[in-house]
Design a protein around this ligand. Structure first.
Ligand SMILES: NC(=O)c1ccc[n+]([C@@H]2O[C@H](COP(=O)([O-])OP(=O)(O)OC[C@H]3O[C@@H](n4cnc5c(N)ncnc54)[C@H](O)[C@@H]3O)[C@@H](O)[C@H]2O)c1
Ligand SMILES: CC(C)[C@H](C(=O)O)[C@@H](O)C(=O)O
Ligand SMILES: [Mg+2]
Length: 368
């Protein structure tokens, strides 16, 4: 099958892990007999340097015509003092909005070999398997006005949702719960925010269409606590844009490192943008030590969600599982024994484990 994929490496470690994604993508293509057209475009700080904008028109056009998009990360100190509209992060927010990618799926499932890489107790994280569904094109990130007032001494940010925007993400969450363990936790701040009270109303209305899914409402502060004390109590979690941003970084602790988490930003027709949950990691950028697995697992999500190629997706996930079991780990994973490997060595280890043979006894669909 021929697919057209846009690569947006972005900034910092984004460039390093995109090289890993390309390598794994090419290896998967040759292993399974696919041909992909890959085209690179600029976004974030590197686009600002080249084109004076974090999201060039050419990037939006190319992404709009693609079957799927892979993104590394954006941002860095160099661009931190630019005005809001010119920051690298605006490029990322802009492409999500321009493509209508309203559903951000962030699966959090630890690999058995990394149980002791987490600072949390093993018996607490063992068996946790959570899908965080973050609303991605509305909420606090996109409401207007968002501006300074009173000569810079006052400020307003707006959390805006229309019922339709909540309905479509909640629908997606119920559908995902049906494919998993039929349990949905909706996270909000309904004891304070009017937007959360509408959110809760929509979840309760929608739940009538999904009587086979058990629904629970949880306030976001309690959810943050429960996520790391009783993670096995969660199946699918659905929440507002910023709540989801924060909770997913927190949840990464269950897997041993922020560098492990992949994500899929999708809309209803299957077009999607796939990126790790972490950022450009300026503290380690350029050193060749970034963990490429969140990015590589995002490639697996692309096969699953945009191309409906479950075998290929499972093969990549299996290869990651195998190389961790063989004892490969990057420096961010706080392991007790042995020596950590570089980004390139970890990527090679994944590619070496990526064989058709390994798919037969696949652990399959780790990240539905
Ligand atoms: N999706 C994105 O592009 C994205 C996401 C988050 C932050 N950012 C941007 O990235 C920049 C840095 O933000 P930050 O430092 O708060 O968050 P960050 O996610 O870049 O880094 C947080 C910590 O996690 C570590 N880390 C992250 N990814 C890693 C990996 N793959 N391997 C090993 N360690 C990893 C970093 O070294 C750092 O210690 C900012 O400009 C921010 O806006 C971008
Ligand atoms: C860089 C930033 C705009 C982005 C977000 O908040 O959505 C990031 O933190 C993420 O999680 O993808
Ligand atoms: Mg984030």
């Amino acid at each position: 099958m021929n697919k057209h994929i846009i690569l947006l490496p972005g900034d910092g470690v984004g460039k390093e892990i995109m090289a890993s994604a390309k390598h794994v993508l090419n290896a998967t293509a040759s292993e399974f007999g696919h041909s992909f057209t890959l085209q690179q475009q600029a976004i974030g700080g590197s686009a600002i340097d080249q084109y004076d904008t974090p999201l060039p028109e050419a990037t939006i056009k190319a992404c709009g015509e693609a079957d799927a998009i892979l993104l590394g990360a954006v941002g860095g100190e160099k661009w931190d003092s630019l005005p809001a509209a010119k920051r690298p992060e605006k490029g990322l927010l802009g492409i999500r909005k321009a493509l209508g990618l309203f559903a951000n799926l962030r699966p959090v499932k630890g690999f058995p070999s990394l149980l002791h890489a987490s600072p949390l107790k093993e018996h607490i994280i063992d068996g946790s398997d959570i899908l965080i569904i973050r609303e991605l094109t509305g909420g606090l990130y996109f409401g207007t006005p968002s501006e300074r007032r009173d000569h810079g001494n006052a400020v307003v940010d707006t959390l805006h949702y229309h019922r339709d925007e909540i309905e479509r993400i909640v629908d997606k969450a119920f559908q995902s719960a049906r494919l998993r363990h039929h349990h949905l936790t909706s996270v909000d701040k309904a004891n304070v925010l009017e937007s959360s009270r509408l959110w809760r109303e929509v979840v309760d209305d929608k739940s009538k269409e999904y009587p086979d899914v058990a629904v629970e409402h949880l306030l976001v502060d309690a959810a943050a606590m429960k996520l790391i004390t009783q993670p096995d109590q969660f199946d699918v979690m659905v929440t507002e844009n910023m709540f989801g941003d924060i909770l997913s970084d927190e949840a990464s602790v269950l897997t041993g490192s922020l560098g492990m988490l992949p994500s899929a930003s999708v809309r209803s027709d299957g077009v999607g943008l796939y990126e790790p949950v972490h950022g450009s990691a300026p503290d380690i950028a350029g050193k060749g030590v970034a963990n490429p697995l969140g990015m590589i697992l995002s490639v697996a999500l692309m096969f699953r969600h945009s191309f409906q190629m479950e075998t290929e997706a499972a093969a990549i996930e299996r290869a990651v599982h195998e190389c961790l079991a063989q004892g490969y780990y990057t420096a961010d994973l706080d392991m007790k024994d042995g020596e950590s490997v570089s980004t390139g060595q970890m990527t090679e280890a994944v590619v070496e484990n990526l064989t058709v043979k390994s798919v037969s006894d696949s652990i399959c669909s780790m990240y539905v």
